[in-house]
Design a protein. Structure first.
Ligand code: G3I
Length: 455
């Protein structure tokens, strides 16, 4: 059964400053709905003949994660499970369990698979990277690996990212195990070996920061052109698209088109759009526009086969580990609530525009009194057209303030980050009702009003 949008408690936190009395931010949060209203993305994409994929972690493919992965996407990419270090951690000892699990799951749900990735400089087993190999040995190792892995899944994977990230930002070749040992020809050798192992799989070169026209994408363009001219099997280029909020390259469609004009397919293979945390409504709205711009750039070029997101939920994203303080990069939040980005993808794929939330709960922060080193503040949570059975309010102090005491809520502070949850007796906020909690704090220098989120 699909949860109707009206049943989902969409929460809006309205923050006002005590002194300025101006609304500082409007944050819209979903309250853990497992399903989004409307037609699933995979059906919208299929109607346009496009791929709408996601990277997945095999061990998570149950429960809500599995439901969303199967319901919304018509293609899966193993985020890590098919990398060399995953499948052959010690030489000659193979672990296909997670890769097989993803393949089986995809087949059970009528989803395409994108194999990722065969020849890369990262996530290789230490026996390989620490070994001392002659050029001939290295070439044989690479070809044997491709023959084994591609052969294992022959006829079952639509696509392989054969070579991953071969270029530096300036368009020169990245100095890797493969380039240093085999020269630039390792790319042609790898593609040729993959074609031999599974003639029906589409073979790609995949890289990041090649979404717009720039030195790196031009190097990739020139490589693909030369491979085509030499008759080396190459079917497509993958533009990873690990993007930063507000920085979708303006030349993306043009760039996709120039690859298409070479006679290869193009796929957006690892889309995510990261932002400085915490997220707020302005950032999430901007992110939605960015997602839509990427979708539209692909949809505008017939040889762009589709878009894969690099994890569909913020709880399964590589961003926070790699870019501390950044995140919220995927279309679903950590509780599997679809974000504005999700709806933007749906709209780009021709889905109906989702109506705005009918009800909202708001959290208003104010300083009620202030003296030389201390202050008293309060947060009022009010609902209209919506209701809460529990609540949590968070904010980050901007000037070193510290909570010393709170009432009618349990508050903790870690660094500048404060989280306050309802007490046992005031979690319920009925439609049309409100709850207020208070606190004392210390300050010095200034006492600016923080942006508050309600979840
Ligand atoms: O599996 C181990 C686990 O046993 C251990 O306890 C844990 C401790 O840190 O690490 C786990 O391995 C991590 C692995 O992801 C699986 O979660 C690695 O540390 C971590 O480095 C690895 O990160 C992956 C990253 O590639 C490595 O470069 C990300 O999940 C993965 O999303 C990311 O994907 C790449 C694409 O393949 C290529 N393009 C860029 C993209 C983002 O980096």
């Amino acid at each position: 059964m699909r949860t109707s949008r009206s049943l989902r408690a969409r929460l809006t936190a309205l923050v006002t400053g005590a002194a300025t009395a101006a609304a500082a931010a409007l944050l819209t949060l979903g309250a853990a709905p497992a399903q989004a209203a409307g037609t699933p993305l995979r059906d919208l994409a299929a109607a346009k003949g496009k791929v709408m994929g996601t990277a997945v972690t095999g061990s998570k493919l149950t429960g809500t994660y599995g439901e969303i992965a199967s319901r919304e996407f018509n293609a899966l990419t193993p985020g890590n499970a098919m990398k060399w270090g995953s499948v052959e951690p010690t030489r000659g000892n193979f672990d296909w369990a997670e890769a097989d699990r993803i393949v089986t799951f995809a087949e059970a749900h009528g989803q395409q698979l994108r194999g990722h990735t065969l020849v890369w400089h990262s996530q290789n087993p230490s026996w390989l990277t620490n070994g001392s190999w002659t050029s001939a040995e290295l070439g044989q190792l690479m070809k044997d690996h491709i023959a084994l892995e591609v052969g294992r899944y022959k006829g079952r994977l639509a696509t392989w990212d054969v070579v991953n990230e071969p270029f530096n930002e300036d368009g020169t070749y990245r100095q890797t195990l493969w380039y240093n040992g085999l020269g630039a020809d390792y790319i042609a050798q790898a593609l040729t070996a993959a074609r031999a192992a599974d003639p029906s799989a589409k073979l790609y070169i995949n890289d990041y920061n090649v979404e717009g026209v720039n030195a790196k994408s031009t190097a990739l363009y020139n490589l693909v052109k030369s491979l085509k001219e030499r008759g080396v099997p190459i079917d497509g280029v993958g533009l990873q698209a690990h993007l930063i909020l507000g920085q979708v390259p303006s030349t993306m469609q043009q760039n996709i088109q120039r690859f298409a004009d070479l006679g290869v397919d193009v796929a957006i293979t690892e889309l995510d759009i990261r932002m400085q945390l915490p997220a707020d409504s302005a950032k999430l709205t901007r992110q939605a526009a960015d997602y839509k711009a990427v979708m539209n750039a692909c949809l505008a070029v017939s040889r762009c086969v589709g878009v894969t997101v690099w994890g569909f939920t913020d709880s399964d994203s590589w961003i926070p580990d790699t870019f501390p303080g950044q995140g919220a990069a995927t279309p679903y939040d950590e509780n599997y609530a679809p974000k504005p980005a999700y709806h933007a993808i749906a709209e780009a794929l021709g889905g109906t525009t989702t109506p705005p939330p009918t009800g909202a709960c708001t959290a208003t922060y104010s300083v009620t009194s202030q003296w030389n080193t201390g202050f008293t503040g309060q947060v009022r949570i009010a609902c209209s057209g919506a209701a809460l059975s529990s609540w949590k309010v968070g904010w980050t102090f901007g000037a070193g303030q510290r909570i010393t005491q709170a009432w009618n809520a349990g508050c903790t502070q870690s660094g500048a980050a404060v989280t306050c949850s309802n007490a046992s007796y005031n979690g319920t906020v009925p439609d049309g009702g409100s709850v207020t909690f208070g606190f004392n704090g210390s300050w010095s220098g200034s006492n600016p009003v923080p942006t508050v989120s309600l979840g």
